[in-house]
Design a protein around this ligand. Sequence first.
Ligand SMILES: Cc1cc2nc3c(=O)[nH]c(=O)nc-3n(C[C@H](O)[C@H](O)[C@H](O)COP(=O)(O)OP(=O)(O)OC[C@H]3O[C@@H](n4cnc5c(N)ncnc54)[C@H](O)[C@@H]3O)c2cc1C
Length: 393
Amino acid sequence: MWSVEELFGIDSLLSAEEREIRDTVARFGERRLRPHISEWFETGTFPAREIAPELGKLGLLGMHLEGYGCAGASATAYGLACQELEAIDSGVRSMVSVQGSLAMTAIWLFGSEEQKQQYLPRMAAGELIGCFGLTEPDFGSNPGGMRTRARRDGDDWVLNGSKMWITNGSVADVAVVWAYADEPGSDKPRVRGFVVPTNTPGFSAREIDRKLSLRASITAALDFDDVRLPADAVLPESRGLSSPLACLSEARFGIIFGALGAARDCLTTTIDYVRSREVFDKPLAAYQLTQAKLADMALELGKGQLLAIQLGRLKDRHEISNEQISAGKLNSTREAIAIARECRTLLGANGITLDYPVLRHANNLESVLTYEGTAEVHQLVLGKALTDANAFR
Ligand SMILES: Cc1cc2nc3c(=O)[nH]c(=O)nc-3n(C[C@H](O)[C@H](O)[C@H](O)COP(=O)(O)OP(=O)(O)OC[C@H]3O[C@@H](n4cnc5c(N)ncnc54)[C@H](O)[C@@H]3O)c2cc1C
């Protein structure tokens, strides 16, 4: 029997080191995470404190960053690690994305040398957990509308406002918070990033419960009530909305690979299932309708993997554009959720339980389709690239 990777000759496109990283992360996921994941999903928990140091030990936190205790791996290797983590659950990959691609990347790109020394090595080791606060209750796709404000009071900053849907928010030690900040010599505030220790008075986080998606991931609402920060809490190199958007591009890149990991897990589970499930006196696998579904899913998964590797290569050469990342994020998430749902049909009633991963993945992928730019937002990015006409407003 062929795997999708074999059908598309995927391994021939990867270096020995990339395959080794992929396989190491896959083994960790199967050993350490797979046995617990359905229980975490069912109870709506994720033991971030316990798992983060183990992810750190494997070099998966801030994996693509150089220096400060980070692994300095290639973009493609980072993508493959995301793929294997998301094959377990999108929640695990979200934790790693937010820590490495969002919170650590913000400090790495826009922080002072002191901020980098203070936070990055401990975040890379998983000793400190970070979160990234951009979205607000009323501003998700349009973060430029944000109402969170940082005003100057002497040398200090005073932060007021709120953030919503923040991954790791209620377990984080440190939050990177984006706010309109007073600009010297201007009456127009500008978006800037702030490094906020979560034990600062006035900072509060409330976990969002009753989620039907990404249940094995911590999501929180943050409130800032006169949070007083020292002058050096600002990320000095952050200037305008393009700064958080640069971090989002990094996280989106991981999703291009990650979502396909979830899809692959659905497909391999389903192939196993249909080979042993008998309907009308023969295995479900031997029906043409089943095979048509499997063939179509294998094609989309394989094409997605080829695109992901191509984008990985472009990123490794520092040649990738935001439009190309949008194309990959849109394709991977859309096809992954379609595969997860189609797999669920083949599992029949068994597919609706946590005994199999497919509906868990499908539900998770609803969030993955929405965060880091919704599918529609990426269609608009591509539409603008193709026509030069801006249809956002
Ligand atoms: C589980 C989870 C974790 C998250 N983690 C984080 C995090 O760690 N940090 C963080 O900052 N945010 C996080 N988010 C927030 C996420 O980034 C936002 O949900 C996302 O940007 C969409 O914003 P919204 O939910 O406000 O939807 P809206 O912006 O209100 O969009 C609603 C609908 O309108 C559509 N739409 C929007 N604009 C247009 C337009 N111009 N034209 C046509 N249609 C449009 C959208 O595509 C969507 O279908 C998380 C979200 C989830 C679900």
